[in-house]
Design a protein around this ligand. Structure first.
Ligand code: ZN
Length: 313
């Protein structure tokens, strides 16, 4: 998200990224263990991705139009159950996808700099987000991943709602509105998609979990636990499906960061996390983030995490 300024967490000392991640996921995150096992099986994060595709279904398998509602890549449920009206795994579940920032924010500085109440304090309505050095914006990236994710979740039977889509709204929404969107939708899970804007050499993804806050309109105490479950499952599956390493500059190698300064989390009453898919200002990460095939894997990882959370398996 490139929260330069008050939202950017103080950089932490760089740490080895593989060891702590495996320890943390193995010890604390049963839901992510599968991702860790597969991650280890394919040789960790050191490859170029070609060795990993064998562990996940090809992206094209998942890119069928939503209307086809094809059988899952694992082969179940089959066509017979579909014809008989058998529920898909996420039938009845509501997922809110929040594509971070907005391309229009660049032309609406006054509007997005307006302060809004996030419970704990006041902050800017929204920020422009970052971009790669070649000008591929975070706002475009997040919307593209959101569209891919929506298709995958709809194929699983979920009802998907997005806080913004296409050119609407022209800017924003503000962070408080993004949070309330999920609340009003009674979302079973909500995720805000971002990519970071840190220094060259800073690599990897991290999932941002809400910390416990109770101030003003913010009360996350009941959603902290389920959000941690959601976030750890997303992290583990994202790791497995993309091979992207956990961040080497925040999170102490776990791929997980807890924050209490984000309105989009503080004002949420439903399970919600952010994911920073990579660092747009790092050349290696930028090469991935600008690849449609990689964004499909990113969406698959996020989808697998959400499906795991909603199925409780
Ligand atoms: Zn962002």
């Amino acid at each position: 998200m490139s929260y330069t300024g008050p939202e950017f967490e103080t950089p932490q000392p760089r740490r080895p990224r593989r060891g702590p991640m495996t320890v943390a996921l193995a010890a604390l995150v049963p839901g992510a263990l599968l991702g860790w096992v597969v991650y280890e099986a394919v040789g960790g994060g050191g490859g170029n991705g070609s060795g990993r595709t064998a562990s996940v279904a090809p992206a094209s398998t998942h890119s069928a139009a939503p209307s086809t509602r094809s059988a899952s890549p694992d082969g179940a449920p089959g066509d017979d159950s579909k014809a008989a009206g058998t529920s898909l795994p996420l039938t009845g579940k509501v997922v809110v996808i929040d594509p971070g920032h907005n391309q229009g924010n660049f032309q609406h500085a006054t509007e997005i700099n307006r302060q809004v109440d996030i419970g704990t304090n006041r902050k800017e309505c929204d920020t422009t987000g970052t971009s790669t050095n070649d000008g591929y914006t975070e706002a475009r990236f997040t919307l593209d991943v959101a569209h891919r994710l929506r298709t995958l979740l709809e194929q699983q039977g979920a009802t998907v709602k997005m806080t913004r889509d296409g050119d609407s709204p022209a800017w924003g929404p503000c962070v408080d509105e993004r949070a309330r969107f999920g609340n009003n939708a009674h979302a079973d899970a909500a995720i805000s998609i971002h990519a970071d804007g840190s220094a060259e050499g800073d690599r990897g993804f991290h999932v941002i979990l809400p910390g416990a806050v109770h101030a003003g309109a913010a009360d996350t105490r009941k959603m902290v636990g389920p959000s941690r479950d959601l976030g750890t499952r997303v992290a583990g599956n994202f790791l497995r499906d993309t091979g992207e390493p956990p961040s080497n500059y925040v999170g102490k190698g776990t791929g997980l960061v807890t924050r209490t300064d984000l309105g989009g989390l503080n004002l949420s009453t439903v399970p919600k996390v952010f994911i920073e898919c990579g660092n747009m200002r790092d050349s290696k990460d930028a090469a991935l983030l600008t690849s449609g095939a990689w964004r499909q894997r990113a969406a698959q990882g996020i989808s697998d995490g959400i499906v795991s959370f909603l199925r409780g398996s």
